[in-house]
Design a protein around this ligand. Structure first.
Ligand code: DX5
Ligand code: ZN
Length: 223
């Protein structure tokens, strides 16, 4: 498998100095993040509120690291396209929130972004396998979406294994991403189950040196 991708989540960064926080994981070398994960929450789909398109547009101007937008919002069919048009590398919507996920994926791709589909811990994957053919990434949530710093739910690794199998046998072409509770205690089991891209919020921005945390997680996932 290719080298593991690490995507620090700025949910755990200091929002008053977001530019510096992203720069800390954007320097060339092993401490550089592969993607920067941006959690958009609307206080409806999840019980928390973060940031929206104007902040993402500023982030996009401030860095050349690919931006991975995770939209935890209602009505992504209407709002997701704006993030793709703004230049986000990957735009992920929730399968529980999308009315027409296939059309949504087509629109995101037409706007130049990768299309991502996210699935909450309690949502089964099987009913959505056909839909996944239209997507570039599958974001398996390993905590209930809404907050950083929660404990990893290992049960979701079964969904990772299913997706991995379908990718490895050529039935799907997907980056398998995991989000929630990823740290030095949990990343190895996620890697073993077949994750390609690891989102880490508190494990990166709670560390003394976020760049070093990125390098350490990547090395651990590659073992
Ligand atoms: C939670 C977000 C995550 C969050 C992960 O709803 O989607 O991206 O930042 O934070 P940690 O890594 O601390 O669990
Ligand atoms: Zn996220």
């Amino acid at each position: 498998m290719a080298s593991p991708l690490i995507a620090p989540s700025i949910l755990s960064a200091d929002f008053a100095k977001l530019g510096e926080e992203i720069a800390a994981v954007a320097r060339p070398g092993e401490t550089r993040a592969d993607w920067v994960h941006v959690d958009v929450m609307d206080a409806h789909f999840v019980p928390n509120l973060t940031l929206g398109l104007p902040v993402v547009e500023s982030i996009l101007k401030s860095t050349d690291v690919p931006i991975d937008c995770h939209l935890m919002i209602d009505d992504p069919d209407r709002w997701a396209i704006g993030y793709a048009e703004a230049g986000a590398y990957n735009v992920t919507v929730h399968v529980e929130a999308a009315a027409d996920p296939v059309m949504l994926a087509k629109n995101l791709r037409a706007a130049g972004a990768k299309a991502g589909l996210s699935i909450k811990p309690g949502t089964p994957l099987e009913p959505h396998l056909e839909t996944l053919k239209h997507y570039d990434t599958l974001l398996v949530m390993s905590v209930e979406p809404g907050f950083g710093g929660q404990s990893f739910i290992a049960d979701v690794l079964e969904k990772v294994r299913t997706a991995r199998r379908l990718v490895d046998t050529g039935h799907l072409k997907l980056v398998v991403e995991i989000d929630g509770g990823i740290n030095s205690d949990t990343i190895e089991q996620a890697a073993e189950a077949g994750v390609d891209c690891f989102v880490a919020g508190s494990a990166v921005y709670g560390a003394e040196d976020p760049g070093r945390a990125v390098a350490a997680l990547r090395e651990q996932a590659a073992r």
